[in-house]
Design a protein around this ligand. Structure first.
Ligand code: ACO
Length: 435
């Protein structure tokens, strides 16, 4: 029998020692199991932002930030981007395996059959202000789904969990497109079962009752690709939010709504919107790219290059490389005089200058997935405030796959971090007259 691998931790003040087991992953960084630390030595670990902490075991997605590697179920993202479709990728993330033809057909039929929303859910939209951000609507409407599907969900039942997963993947494009339709005073468009998943979304976004609508096949393909690239990214902030919320055995629709809220922030999924605002500012400043690079380097200024940097990637984000090429191809498809070319040229120039600058090089700051994706979405006619909504629609499968994995994991417990208290010592209450 092979000897158990451990690290020894010594408390120099008491001389007490503890052997902590090293857990070996199938791929990636070994992990020290610190669960016995508090019981044995009376210490917590301190790791704000989870810089060195694995919060769970997971077999869904592998990420090597040093090498710039991303794999779903062991399949390289580059191969999935080239050969797969979003729905096939959803099947892979949910089940761990690529489907055969029959399984994919069945899965596609199930998703297609769940795209309609309960008619009563429609009324939730009218409660929002016309100018509400669509992400606010997403948080509200997806949260409201829990009121439609609560009593019938037994989260300990694998079949029930899978039904919830299918419902979420199927309904998210309808919810997303309707948030746009509502904000623009347009009639809600119902899904059509003869359309593919990305076509259906574009149909619900852009078709008018008065006109036939035929989406550009290039846009359909680009959207499908963007969704594959955003489908999962292991324990990022929004996925960890879904896990933490779901760890109390909360309703999965409510947990995903919490994930959407987390994704909204500009340090996470909201970055794609901020990138375009930044690029437009640069173009309007007569393309003074150097000024923006200098601002990002200036520590007295809180401006950051949006779409740059990543907690895990210390190398080029592999998704950004694929998206940059797609962006190039799509703009070529639109013709040389397209109105987005200047944004793309500015983004390329910004990347070139930043990647030659010691500030960015020494901190391993590279373009991330959001740097070029916004230009593609803009060129497809998607308004800026819908960018993060499309991210949420794509990431839903990742969130629900992680939730499903967590519920099944016998080691999973309610998420309850510890803290390093820095507040006042015990003191007596002072009556308000004496304060
Ligand atoms: N522009 C300028 N400087 C940056 C940037 C940036 N975009 N990102 C990081 N830095 C600098 C920091 O100032 C810090 O410098 P210092 O060591 O001198 O203090 C160093 O690089 C490390 O940055 P942290 O904030 O500690 O890195 P962290 O891992 O906590 O944050 C994050 C990662 C949030 C993505 C950060 O790089 C950022 O704010 N980027 C811009 C927003 C963005 O693009 N977000 C999308 C991320 S991808 C996604 O969610 C899909």
């Amino acid at each position: 029998m092979s000897k158990k691998e451990t690290v020894t931790l010594t408390d120099n003040s008491t001389g007490k020692q503890i052997e902590l087991p090293i857990l070996r992953p199938t791929n990636g960084t070994p992990t020290i199991d610190v669960r016995a630390l508090y019981k044995e030595l009376g210490y917590f670990t301190y790791d704000p932002g989870f810089l060195s902490t694995a919060s769970c075991r997971s077999s869904i997605t592998f990420l090597d930030g040093e090498e710039g590697v991303l794999q779903y179920g062991g399949y390289p993202i580059e191969q999935l981007a080239r050969h797969s479709t979003f729905l096939e990728t959803c099947y892979l993330l949910l089940s761990g395996e690529l489907p055969n033809k029959k399984e994919l057909k069945q899965f596609t039929t199930i998703i297609t059959c769940h795209t309609m929303l309960h008619e009563a859910l429609k009324r939730f939209y009218s409660g929002f202000r016309r100018d509400a951000h669509p992400m606010a609507i997403m948080v509200g409407v997806v949260g409201a789904l829990s009121s439609f599907y609560h009593d019938e969900i037994d989260i300990q039942n694998a079949e029930h969990r899978m039904i919830a997963a299918h419902q979420l993947i199927a309904k998210m494009p309808t919810i997303a497109a309707w948030s746009y339709r509502y904000a623009n005073g347009l009639p809600f468009t119902y899904p059509k079962n003869n359309l593919s998943y990305p076509e259906n979304f574009l149909h619900m976004m852009f078709s008018m009752p008065t006109e036939p609508y035929e989406p550009d096949p290039f846009f359909v393909k680009a959207l499908d690709l963007i969704m594959i690239l955003h489908a999962d990214h292991e324990q990022n902030a929004s996925t960890s939010t879904v896990r933490l919320t779901g760890s109390s055995e909360a309703n999965p629709f409510a947990a995903v709504s919490a994930g959407i809220a987390s994704l909204w922030g500009p340090a996470h999924g909201g970055a794609n919107e901020s990138v375009i605002r930044m690029l437009v500012d640069i173009v309007e400043s007569d393309n003074d790219v150097q000024y923006y690079v200098d601002r990002a380097k200036d520590k007295s200024n809180n401006f950051r290059l949006m779409g740059f940097g990543h907690r895990v990637y210390k190398n080029y984000d592999p998704r950004a490389r694929i998206i940059r090429q797609t962006c190039h191809d799509l703009l070529e498809h639109l013709g040389k005089d397209n109105e987005y070319q200047e944004l793309f040229d500015t983004a390329m120039e910004l990347e070139r200058i930043a990647l030659e600058d010691d500030y960015f090089v020494s901190r391993n700051l590279y373009p991330n997935v959001d740097f070029y994706s916004g230009i593609i979405l803009l060129a497809m006619g998607i308004p800026l405030n819908m960018f993060t909504v499309i991210f949420a629609m794509s990431r839903t499968v990742g969130w629900i796959s992680h939730w499903n994995e967590m519920i099944q994991d016998p080691e999973s417990r309610i998420g309850r971090p510890r803290q390093l208290y820095s507040g006042a010592l015990p003191r007596d209450y002072i009556n308000i007259e004496k304060r």
